[in-house]
Design a protein. Structure first.
Length: 233
């Protein structure tokens, strides 16, 4: 099935009410407002196809939980595969990113159950302000607790050192590292060819515009035996 990537609704709006979603729905609202539709569309279609025999379930909440869980699992596998391609088989790959996505449905259910219990104990908290405060506090605490599983793994892969924007206003004003205080960021070659002794050791190296002050190499995508290996740095 071809995804309609040219349609405006596939892409998140530039003026998305990010805070409103979190205040109203907590963790679920965070993902609803931040999960890019380019990824969500194929995930939802795939999940719908897999769970097609269960669409007639009497308990709709159970089906929704299965749908959400499977969607997050597929997303976690996609992100984890990218990291595995980067680290290869050198033993430095961990499953933190996969765990991060898989436990998101648990956080969503925990927030909803805790809110229901809290409202039963203290009926005075039924006001919209109190519910919003709870949703925001729970979502913030949850992300502080579990986000390192995702962020630390990408930090190990040095993803956060990438400079996708060619012009830096901050660096141009003199706030960059020593020797990196110019407006233009994308210096150096954009692509290089590296020839190995065997054809599968040869590779085309694309610049990822990493921070040069750390003296990291550009990342590249090469073919090594039967599997792809993204062997940067």
């Amino acid at each position: 099935m071809r995804a309609p990537y040219r349609e405006p609704w596939v892409h998140p709006p530039l003026t998305s009410e990010f805070c409103k979603y979190i205040l109203d729905d907590g963790i679920a609202g965070f993902w609803a407002s931040s999960w890019q539709q380019i990824l969500w569309h194929p995930l939802s279609v795939t999940t719908t196809f897999i769970l097609a025999p269960l669409q007639g379930m009497a308990i709709r909440r159970a089906y929704r939980f299965l749908f959400t869980t499977l969607s997050f699992l597929l997303s976690g596998l996609i992100h984890a595969c990218g990291l595995y391609m980067h680290f290869g088989s050198d033993g430095s790959f961990s499953s933190g990113t996969l765990v991060f996505f898989c436990i998101q449905p648990v956080g969503i259910v925990a927030q909803q159950v805790a809110l229901a219990v809290l409202l039963r104990i203290c009926p005075s908290l039924h006001s919209r302000v109190c519910r919003r405060m709870w949703n925001a506090a729970f979502a913030f605490a949850w992300m502080v607790l579990v986000a390192p599983l995702f962020l630390d793994e990408y930090a190990t892969a040095r993803v956060w050192l990438a400079e996708p924007v060619p012009v830096s206003l901050v660096r141009g004003l003199g706030f960059g590292f020593e020797g990196k205080r110019q407006w233009w960021v994308w210096d150096g070659p954009w692509a290089e060819v590296s020839w190995g002794r065997r054809w599968w050791e040869s590779k085309i190296q694309f610049a990822s515009f990493m921070a040069r002050e750390h003296s990291f190499k550009h990342s590249y995508l090469g073919l090594s035996g039967p599997k792809l290996v993204a062997d940067g740095f």
